[in-house]
Design a protein around this ligand. Structure first.
Ligand SMILES: [Fe+2]
Ligand SMILES: [Fe+2]
Length: 298
């Protein structure tokens, strides 16, 4: 079972520029001078979240011209998990890497896909015996981006410590010649995410938090050059309770009884960040993207 690996993107770097035989110093110099940016989109929730992402992505590509697009997709299948078809749909839309989280294994049909598909990641600090892998490398325009998915250890089930696994993944990706590394820290508590940002500052390009579905107002570039945000937020129905119909969430909290949860359908927004890179493993800016979407009339 692979724990990581590289993936050449079909029709992009492999076909357009051929194998990158340039010395690493030259490739890094290009990575410094070229305009490299990463669009990261927070947890995409349900069909409305998918439609919001797919509707807004072409305009974002035109306006921001991101080199890479990374999406957290742990909620795309009706709010819980992801299926092979839905993952294929995201890849077909040009998403470079899909990260996941605590809902990675909600849909059993994704297990083999997680083992076989390099560019979809479950948290790297899960057990080796669990399906999938936690980091990968993608390449566009001669620039190598390593992506790492991690799970927090507080209030979430992860078999290994996030910080130790982060160090191991960053060492492996640096050794693999990555120009930039993006870490998606999928965690419940803010302190774990803030601490990981400081821990990796200067060693990776960006640490972005996911899972709580509520965007935080602390996006910044840390002193060592790592872009950081505690939570990117979610892409989907803002008119619910972190993606669930608000009436059902309220009823469960009022009655303290089990209530069936459905995905909300009101007020779709895209929550994301654009990370503008400078030198290798360095960001010069992180811009928060909080964008409403008006669905076309039915
Ligand atoms: Fe989520
Ligand atoms: Fe989550």
């Amino acid at each position: 079972m692979p724990r990581g690996g590289s993936a050449r993107l079909p029709g992009v770097s492999a076909g357009d520029v051929g194998p990158d035989d340039r010395p690493s110093e030259l490739r890094r110099a290009v990575a410094v001078s070229d305009r490299v940016s990463i669009l990261f989109v927070g947890d995409v929730v349900g069909g409305l979240g998918r439609r919001t992402l797919l509707a807004l992505l072409p305009g974002l590509r035109e306006r921001l011209a991101p080199t890479f697009v990374v999406v957290n997709g742990e909620n795309v299948a009706g709010g819980l998990g992801i299926t092979p078809k839905l993952a294929d749909d995201l890849f077909a839309a040009g998403i470079d890497v899909i990260t996941l989280g605590n809902h990675s294994y909600h849909r059993r049909e994704i297990y083999a896909y997680l083992d076989q598909t390099e560019r979809i990641l479950r948290p790297a600090n899960y057990l080796r015996s669990q399906p999938g892998h936690g980091w990968c490398v993608v390449e566009r325009e001669g620039v190598k981006l390593g992506v790492v998915n991690l799970s927090g250890n507080v209030f979430l089930r992860a078999g290994h410590p996030a910080f130790a696994e982060a160090d191991a993944a960053v060492a492996a990706l640096t050794k693999a010649g990555c120009d930039h590394i993006l870490v998606d820290m999928h965690a419940e508590v803010t302190s774990e995410k803030v601490a990981l940002g400081w821990h990796l500052d200067g060693r990776v390009t960006a640490v972005v938090g996911t899972h709580t579905h509520v965007p935080t107002a602390d996006a910044r570039v840390l002193p060592g050059g790592t872009a950081y945000i505690t939570d990117v937020g979610m892409t989907g129905p803002r008119g619910g309770v972190i993606g669930v119909k608000k009436e059902q969430a309220i009823e469960s909290l009022v009655t303290m009884m089990h209530v069936r949860f459905d995905t909300a359908e009101d007020d779709p927004w895209l929550n994301g960040v654009l990370i503008s890179c400078s030198g290798p493993m360095r960001a010069q800016a992180i811009e928060q993207l909080l964008l409403p979407w008006t669905p076309p009339p039915a």
